[in-house]
Design a protein around this ligand. Structure first.
Ligand SMILES: C[S@@+](CC[C@H](N)C(=O)[O-])C[C@H]1O[C@@H](n2cnc3c(N)ncnc32)[C@H](O)[C@@H]1O
Length: 264
């Protein structure tokens, strides 16, 4: 595993957040998971890799309908929750292991499907991770990513990414939709399906989940409340019954691996 200061930050953050993250309604939401699986449309004999699997809900849902699912994550605490979830569901064809998305310790073309959800905004080099996902996926197999996205207008996207990083330093950058799509093309992946969505966030609950220290939480509040008055990021903050809410835009992209043979 390649160490970096950022990876240590990711591990610290997701060790601290593991329990709360695993019970966040949008994370476990079966309809959101089903939508992504339907878009991927895996064959029953598929071997599926979930990169940065966290508590493993997506990998387990694939395991329930495919031959095998492997979930990989940098952080032990969410992996332990994923394993507990696996045992509770009695799925013998799923396994979870520690690993780094930057360097997948799998052979070329080992999987029929490689997926990653809600994690690209934590990666230092998302293009590198996508190329790794394409490498371990067989020719003509499916590669899918769902993630938060930011505005196509760079200054507005930067405003969102600034308050995201203040709230959770493991956040690197939510890409704009066109940037995510360009990474697919550069990795030799042909986009077949895409859909957008949103997650409505209650600001105080969102800050509590990340256990952001009070001084930084105050800065985040100030940035989001200003955004609500001046429309600065595209996350559309609004005040309802005395509480601030804002919107995370999401994009899911499902693509076919254009490589003709493994290793090419
Ligand atoms: C927001 S959680 C997403 C979990 C899960 N995919 C889901 O859909 O709920 C992000 C996860 O990415 C993992 N992660 C971040 N960087 C990683 C890397 N370089 N390699 C593997 N996992 C990584 C973190 O440990 C964390 O569990």
């Amino acid at each position: 595993m390649e160490d970096s200061a950022h990876k240590a930050v990711v591990q610290e953050s997701f060790t601290r957040q593991a329990e709360v993250y695993a019970v966040t309604p949008t994370v476990a939401d079966p309809s959101r998971i089903e939508r992504l699986i339907e878009a991927v449309d895996p064959a029953p004999e598929s071997r599926v890799l979930e990169v940065a699997c966290g508590p493993g809900f997506l990998a387990l849902a694939f395991a329930a309908r495919c031959r095998e699912a492997v979930g990989l994550d940098l952080t032990d605490a969410p992996l332990a929750i994923a394993e507990k979830n696996r045992q509770e569901r009695g799925l013998a064809n799923a396994r979870f292991q520690r690993g780094d998305a930057d360097r997948l310790l799998f052979a070329d073309g080992e999987f029929d499907v490689a997926v990653c959800r809600f994690a690209f905004h934590h990666f230092e080099e998302p293009g590198r991770v996508l190329r790794e996902m394409a490498r371990v996926c067989r020719p003509q197999g499916k590669v899918a990513v769902e993630d938060l996205v930011s505005s196509e207008h760079r200054a507005r996207g930067d405003y969102q990414n600034r308050f995201e990083r203040l709230r959770d330093p493991s956040h690197t950058r939510a890409l704009a939709p066109s940037e995510l799509l360009a990474l697919f093309t550069a990795a030799g992946l042909e986009v077949e399906r895409l859909y957008s969505g949103e997650l409505v966030q209650n600001l105080e609950r969102w800050l509590a989940n990340s256990q952001t220290p009070p001084d930084r939480a105050a800065e985040v509040r100030a940035l989001i409340e200003r955004d609500g008055r001046e429309d600065l990021s595209g996350t559309c903050p609004y005040l309802e019954d005395g509480q601030w809410f804002f919107r995370h835009g999401t994009l899911a992209v499902v693509a076919r691996n254009l490589r003709r043979s493994a290793g090419v």
